[in-house]
Design a protein around this ligand. Sequence first.
Ligand code: NDP
Length: 302
Amino acid sequence: MRVLIGGGSGFVGRELTRLLRHKGHEVTVISRQPGPGKITWAELESHGLPPCDGAVNLAGENLMNPLRWWNESYKKDLFSSRIDTTKSMAQAIAASSSPPHSWVLVSGVACYKPSLTAEYTEDSEWTPFDVLSQLVKEWEASALLPEGVTKNTKQVVIRSGAVLGRDGGAMKQMLLPFWLGLGGTLGSGAQPFPWIHVSDLAGIIAKSLEPPAAPPPPSPQVLNGVAPALSTNLEFTKELGRVLRRPTVLPVPGFVMNAVMGSERAVVLLQGQKVVPKRTQEAGFVYTYPDLTSALKEIVGS
Ligand code: NDP
């Protein structure tokens, strides 16, 4: 199978590329930079979709970029880097004479309203309530294919939790302070922390890219891209400390997080949702890292 990966040079894209190549598939990455095995977004727009059997978009300005202050210009980049790239791929698929059999978007669980008690499955209703949930709404809407194309192309949206892996995402920023014994809970620590190991997320994407067994439905299939174990920030903090054999006695108060990150962004860490991967498991996906202990041992030990 030939797979086109928008933003495939990033943290999740590198893991997905490794997995797909290991399975014998060919990968082309869409990037802002030209290079071997890549096309640029400008080339996608001018030449149209290259031949491919599956397509996925992973492009997006990093939400946790520590070098960027939370301001209007950063928010604009978060929206446009996701929505414009997703639109470009959806439009290229719609215009193609031989569209891929699968089109996958990885979005986020920020669409579900943070709560200490509510549990969200893929069937849960939601409406935007803050800037990040508004982003998810516009992002997922930009992936929709026009009616005629959906007869041939399966559409999948994977709503990912925080992706854990050694080479990127949140862990890259957390490992050093935890290793130095400076790690601690964020805010109260009671907030749910929806997460997934990067190798499981790559596995769910790869499975979603497989050809559909039956004619695809007209609307996208939503899968929650989170581990089945529900964890809180306190449980995550304690487990990371235990696996690293380091103390985790220095909590970071919510007001510090809000001041440093901006409250609209800090919400991702200070509040959280209990997200259940109901349909992901019903679809037969088997997790390699279903719980924090196995995931963190792999990350810290590798
Ligand atoms: P990365 O931060 O690694 O970025 C992926 C790629 O996006 C980059 O390699 C880059 O490709 C491209 N990119 C970055 N900034 C821009 C920009 N301003 N405009 C256009 N392209 C840009 O992302 P991840 O691999 O961590 O995540 C993949 C997707 O999953 C993202 O859309 C992310 O929002 C989503 N997600 C990730 C989570 C996580 O914890 N990592 C959690 C939930 C969702 P290049 O430089 O080659 O152009």
